[in-house]
Design a protein around this ligand. Structure first.
Ligand code: FES
Length: 137
């Protein structure tokens, strides 16, 4: 089987799908090669990500990784959410085929983009260089 049970389960039954009209931060990222797009919404209270939603127009792995990423960051402090790498998302899904790893990078970038948007909207200083998107996936 190419995909783990968890990947298939999150693909068929993704968590936290939808829009969030009153989001505190919105991140939208895309992969130029495959054309897939991921949008992540976060709600923040006292430095904690209290709610997350996502919309992904993309492959099954992109949907599964966005779903898992929302589960991993929900209820976490912003700083802790920023530590969640695409590797952690892949591990939580019991792996992805190598040629699908770029889909998980998209999930990590969407989380970061939403947090950066939150920082910018609230005039919170952050290290811009640290949040530059990955050059090529
Ligand atoms: Fe584009 Fe998966 S093939 S994100």
């Amino acid at each position: 089987m190419l995909y783990s049970k968890k990947v298939m389960e999150h693909f068929r039954n993704p968590r936290n799908v939808g829009e969030m009209p009153d989001a505190d931060g919105i991140g939208e990222v895309g992969n130029a090669k495959c054309g897939d797009i991921m949008r992540m919404y976060i709600k923040v209270k006292d430095g904690i990500i209290t709610d997350v939603k996502f919309m992904t127009f993309g492959c099954g792995s992109a949907i599964a990784t966005s779903s898992m990423a929302t589960e991993l960051i929900k209820g976490k402090k912003i700083e802790d959410a920023l530590e969640i790498s695409n590797k952690a998302v892949v591990e939580a899904l019991d792996g992805l085929p190598a040629y699908k790893l770029h889909c998980s990078v998209l999930a990590e970038e969407a989380v970061r983009a939403a947090i950066v948007d939150y920082y910018e909207k609230n005039n919170i200083a952050y290290d811009k260089a640290k949040y530059a998107p990955h050059a090529e996936n």
